[in-house]
Structures are given as C-alpha cells and as structure tokens.
Design a protein around this ligand. Structure first.
Ligand SMILES: [Zn+2]
Ligand SMILES: [Zn+2]
Length: 297
C-alpha cells in the first residue's frame, strides 16, 4: 500500500525559536499535498525542506490564532506570483470564509480559492478520507484525522487452490462481488481480505475533550500538541492547552500506535526531556517532533 508522508514544517508555539518555527504540517499522498496550519515563516520552511509550496492542494486550518495562520497571506502571494494553476482549497472552522476574504482584499490576492467552513465533517478525496471534529480552545477550533481507504485484497493461496483462471472472475472478486463456479456461488469474502488503510490524527491547540479521543481512535499515528507539562497544569487549563500527560492519555485511551508531540514551547528549550519523560510515563511509544522531520506511514 502507498504510504502517507508527513513533513513537519513547524513545531513551535506562539514565539518561534532558533530550532522551531510556528506550526505547519504537510501530509502527502498520491496527488494530494495537504498543509495543516500555516504559521508565519512557513515559506522559508518549505524552501529549507526543498519542497515547492505550489504542490499544495489543500489547506486544513485548525483555528485562527496567529501562530497557526499568520503565514497564509505570504504563502498565497507566492502562489499567485508562481502562477498557481490549481484551485486552492481551504478548510477551516467558523470565520474562515470571512477571514480569507479579508486577506484577499487586503493584499489583492486574486488566486483561485475555494473556502469551506466545517465542524464535525468528513471529506472524501481520492483514496483518502479526512475527518474533522470540534475541539475546545476558546475559539472555534478543529482537529483532523486523515485515513487511507481500506483496500480489498485477494487471498492468493485460496485462489490458487481453486485453480481460478485469470479471468473476469478475478476482476469481480476485486470489486467485492460474489462469483459462480460451475453454478456454485462463492462469496467474495471467502477469497479476499481487507487491508486496512493507515490513519493519522492531528490534534493541535485544545483542552482535553471527548472528541479528541473519538477522532484519534485506533490511529497509527497521533500528532498532538503538548504546550505544557503537569507542573503547569493550571496554566494549560487557563489557556485551553494540553500537557504532555494529557496528550499521552489521549493516545492511550484512543489506542493509537504511536504518539508524536509537537507545539513545543520555547520555555522547554534545552529541557525537552521533561516533556518526553512525562508523556512516556503514560504512553511509551512517544517522541517529540523537530522541524523538518519526515515520517512515512
Ligand atoms: Zn498554537
Ligand atoms: Zn491556539
């Protein structure tokens, strides 16, 4: 099965550091290059990663706090000067339409753009399914999961045993249709199996909430914000953010396979081990993202 490629373009919070830019995650699969959030400085991050921003097909916005969207106008300007030929599709929470309209007006960004405001929605793409759910962060905020479609595979051993000629019957099975051999019906289920598509879930700014676990359920990879550690639980609650423990608990409850923490504050420069240590107490298979990390899943 083809893999999704994840490129971390920014893993910091409100104030960038030498190592961490504002948020941006690029997820690529087949012809889709989906950018989740677009923090300030994203263009230079694309440059350093040696990826052309004109490849972007969709932008998914989590919310309208500056550290997640301040790169939009600049990025759109560059797409415009590079004669971007696609229609840029932007999905985001309530207010996204008006805010994009304002940016277009302010900077005269006459780019083919289609904006869709979503809440708990699912978006079907070629071989991919995107699911969005509302989080809890003071303003309308979304998290996203992206899943590769399940594929029906032939059980070659069983088919060999039946001595099926490479015939239209095989094509039928591949489509999930029952077949008849010498008048006898054979269910396609007996000769096929489902290869489950991989699932990634991206939860950025939010306080802990039920939807986070629902959305992340059984993901192969959960990318989750971890702005604080439990020492600063009160602050995390005040600003509606997650601690490393919260993120790890979501990973555990949702039974995900791997957790990558992002949205790492400058306050933990040099002491990021603290974040990792706390998360690993509750969910072992945890790492912290760095800018320009690439992961395939
Ligand atoms: Zn943020
Ligand atoms: Zn925020």
């Amino acid at each position: 099965m083809e893999k999704m490629k994840i490129l971390f373009l920014g893993t910091g919070t409100a104030i960038p550091t030498k190592e961490r830019n504002h948020t941006g995650i690029l997820i690529s699969y087949r012809n889709e290059n989906i950018l989740i959030d677009c923090g300030e400085g994203i263009q230079r991050q694309f440059r350093i990663a040696n990826v052309s921003p004109t490849k972007i097909t969709k932008i998914l916005l989590t919310h309208w706090h500056g550290d997640h969207v301040l790169g939009l106008a600049g990025l759109m300007q560059t797409l415009l000067t590079n004669s971007y030929t696609k229609t840029l599709e932007i999905f985001g929470p309530k207010a996204t339409k008006q805010n994009i309209r304002d940016l277009i007006k302010l900077f005269n960004l006459k780019l083919p753009i289609k904006v869709t405001e979503i809440e708990d929605n699912s978006i079907e793409l070629d071989g991919l399914k995107i699911q969005s759910m509302l989080m809890s962060h003071g303003i309308p905020t979304l998290a996203y999961s992206i899943k590769i479609e399940d594929v029906l595979r032939l059980n070659k051993t069983k088919i060999k045993k039946l001595n099926l000629p490479n015939s239209p019957l095989i094509a039928k099975l591949k489509k999930g249709k029952d077949i008849f051999i010498e008048g006898k019906k054979i269910s396609f289920r007996k000769l096929t199996y489902i290869e489950e598509g991989k699932k990634i879930c991206v939860i950025l700014d939010t306080a802990k909430n039920k939807n986070a676990v629902i959305l992340a359920k059984n993901s192969n990879l959960l990318i989750c914000e971890s702005s604080f550690i439990s020492d600063e639980k009160e602050k995390a609650d005040n600003y509606s953010h997650l601690t490393a423990k919260d993120a790890a608990e979501i990973a555990k409850e949702a039974k995900v396979k791997k957790l990558i923490l992002t949205h790492i504050s400058q306050r933990y420069d040099g002491v990021q081990e603290k974040i990792l240590k706390e998360a690993r107490k509750f969910f072992k298979n945890t790492t912290i993202a760095k800018d320009f990390d690439v992961i395939e899943i």
